[in-house]
Design a protein around this ligand. Structure first.
Ligand SMILES: [Zn+2]
Length: 335
């Protein structure tokens, strides 16, 4: 079976034919270039109104990346026509395999967006020979497509998260629906500012925002502010990891300060105690556990802080608000 026959099965192009293919073997990045040309007698479609029209002229060959096969990159090579449209004047033609501005074919972009649900975005970029940015744009396209058709009824729980990109210098804000049986990415915005996150609520609309019952986020202040303003009826859930990170930071600071002042008095009581106090009790080594037992005998600020943290761990196991009401108010920002 010819490559062209396979392509005609998976990506049949109305009004165009696959005319030839060329294997371009260069080192460990071989590629397959498939030339596409208009089918004889088929006029092109105006890029603006979509109506058929005569060819005005034909441009230089352009490359469109298609889904790779057998670890080989695949490109469609095509010379775009300009159409002399009665209504719109001269426009670059509309092609069925890509949107004119993109170097990636639409099928490839959907393919990337599909894999990005299963692997990290950088793994997708690496595995399918493209850039992180292309993966991001593909996901954006898929989200945009979904957003236009999305059913926004019944969203009760959402989670907001940030991810770093561009070598960690830039952020994206991601909002997920996290209702049972309905987990999906709802929205992406650039940066992690109040203005960014506000755009999500503007998009969702006031009524639907007020119907949100639970919002989960980290402790990033701008998110907390925007949630308070928009999701007025929601219980704001802060995740365990981020809360406990703050506890650990506080204990670490208290311990370091106390260790310094004890050292000034010639005491080494808190030497090598850092991890005994920071680790969860069940993760301690035997040696650390013995050390911790010794430390508990002292009346130190660090030890009191440690005990408070351990006490708080119970919070995560509470099942009823009646039992946990005292603690709950400190963690749940609003109701
Ligand atoms: Zn037109």
């Amino acid at each position: 079976m010819h490559i062209r026959s396979i392509l005609n099965r998976v990506e049949k192009l109305k009004g165009f034919v696959y005319s030839s293919e060329k294997y371009v073997g260069s080192g460990d990045r071989p590629s397959l270039e498939v030339t596409v040309r208009p089918r004889k007698g088929c006029k092109g479609h105006c890029g603006s109104c979509g109506k058929k029209g005569p060819t005005y002229d034909t441009g230089d060959p352009r490359r469109f990346q298609y889904i790779p096969i057998w670890g080989i990159m695949v490109f469609f090579i095509y010379c775009m026509r300009r159409i002399d449209c009665k209504k719109c004047g001269v426009t670059t033609e509309m092609i069925p395999w890509a949107d004119g501005k993109h170097q990636l074919t639409t099928s490839f972009r959907w393919y990337l967006a599909h894999w990005a649900k299963k692997m990290s975005w950088s793994d997708v970029a690496f595995s399918f020979f493209t850039s992180w940015n292309s993966v991001y744009r593909s996901i954006e396209m898929a989200v945009e497509w979904g957003r236009k058709r999305v059913d926004l009824k019944g969203i009760k729980s959402v989670g907001v998260d940030e991810i770093q990109w561009r070598d960690g210098h830039k952020y994206l804000t991601l909002v997920y629906q996290i209702d049972q049986g309905a987990r999906r990415l709802l929205w992406i915005g650039q940066d992690r500012t109040e203005a960014t996150f506000q755009k999500f609520f503007d998009w969702l609309g006031k009524k639907r925002s007020r119907r949100i019952e639970f919002i989960c986020s980290d402790m990033w202040k701008p998110y907390i502010n925007v949630i308070r303003l928009n999701a007025t009826k929601a219980v704001h859930v802060l995740d365990r990891f981020h809360i406990m990170t703050h506890f650990s930071k506080a204990i670490d600071e208290i311990r370091a300060g106390e260790h310094r002042s004890l050292k000034d008095k010639g005491l080494e009581t808190l030497k090598h105690s850092r991890w005994c106090l920071l680790k969860r009790e069940e993760n301690l080594t035997d040696k650390q556990r013995n050390r911790l037992n010794d430390l508990l005998a002292y009346n130190l600020k660090s030890i009191r802080a440690y005990l408070l943290k351990e006490d708080f761990q119970q919070f995560w196991d509470y099942l009823s608000p009646a039992v946990s009401s005292g603690l709950k108010s400190t963690v749940i920002a609003q109701r």
